[in-house]
Write a protein that binds this ligand. Structure first.
Ligand SMILES: C[S@@+](CC[C@H](N)C(=O)[O-])C[C@H]1O[C@@H](n2cnc3c(N)ncnc32)[C@H](O)[C@@H]1O
Length: 290
């Protein structure tokens, strides 16, 4: 794991660089079925895109995004199935941002789709930050057709880096960090390091929430199609991760995490077929106590 974007190392995995879509198991030509009713409603009522134009629209947008980075979730269209708003603590997150003025930062925000959902649900967009190592934000504005209305702040930066003044300005100030489908790109030690960096943006009372690929058995997994090895968290290893964060930073965390099947996430079971047996999604909430 590298900490500086400008260096020769990179904080993103190799497989995220350009991939021939025909050669990977995680680019599905047709992602129409991903347009679930909640997303249809968002595109219709928030973005004013008529239902009959939505399928063509999301396919064009997906291919523009794939040309920037080739992540499985982009090729599979997983971003079309809402994730943050299905977390059991979503109503509390929304309340904190809407009523208590909490600042929320989505790390690895991609299009900023979870941020748009929050705005649609009544959150003031000015309190929202989306951080990504590469600019998917312009494609995101085109996806949601809200360049003139969305007032959230996008920061193009490696969240592990210390060189972005805009990112540094958030240190110690963020009430809710969202990190979905990002930490799983690393092995355990690097996940702990990344979680430790995330904790530097928090203060007592802050939460770190999100999801990633997990497994009932915490383990290293070799993903041949991606020529990489990653660590699969389970709830116990996730708790240990934040014990280590606490020990390294003098902070105290209380964690909750649970495993879901792909179907429970509203995804297709076959989307995970190229990964290891029993693959799951782990959803989590880490609350900073002190
Ligand atoms: C697999 S996508 C997940 C997008 C979104 N969070 C979701 O759950 O749908 C991972 C995103 O994290 C971004 N990313 C990966 N490493 C990063 C880093 N070190 N700093 C900031 N963003 C990063 C990628 O560019 C990509 O947009």
């Amino acid at each position: 794991m590298a900490a500086e974007k400008s260096g020769t190392k990179y904080s993103e995995p190799e497989y995220a660089k350009a991939q021939d879509r025909a050669k990977v198991p995680y680019y599905h030509v047709n992602i129409e079925h991903r347009l679930v009713p909640e997303t249809q409603e968002l595109l219709e009522k928030y973005s004013h895109i008529p239902r009959e134009q939505q399928s063509e629209h999301v396919h064009i947008i997906r291919d523009r995004a794939w040309d920037i980075r080739a992540y499985p979730c982009i090729g599979l269209g997983s971003w079309l199935t809402p994730q943050l708003c299905r977390l059991p603590v979503y109503s509390q997150i929304l309340k904190r941002v809407k009523e208590d003025g909490a600042l929320l930062a989505d790390m690895g925000t991609f299009f900023g789709h979870d941020l748009r959902r929050l705005v649609y649900d009544g959150a003031p967009s000015d309190n929202l930050y989306g951080v990504d190592i590469v600019n998917h934000f312009d494609v995101g504005y085109d996806l949601f057709r809200d360049r003139d209305t969305f007032k959230g702040h996008f920061i193009e930066a490696d969240f592990l880096s210390t060189t972005s003044p805009e990112l540094n300005a958030l240190k110690g100030k963020v009430d809710i960090i969202v990190i979905s489908q990002v930490l799983h790109q690393w092995l355990y030690e690097d996940q702990v390091k990344a979680a430790t960096v995330l904790s530097s943006f928090t203060k007592p009372g802050s939460w770190i929430v999100g999801n990633q690929i997990g497994n009932p058995v915490a383990q290293d997994v070799s993903l041949k199609q991606m020529a990489t090895s990653v660590f699969r968290q389970n709830p116990e290893s996730f708790a240990k991760t934040f014990e280590e964060v606490g020990a390294a930073t003098g902070t105290k965390w209380e964690t909750q995490a649970w495993l879901r099947t792909f179907e429970e996430m509203g995804w297709d079971a076959k989307d995970g077929a190229w990964m290891e047996p029993d693959v799951r999604i782990i959803e989590f909430v880490a609350k900073r106590i002190s």
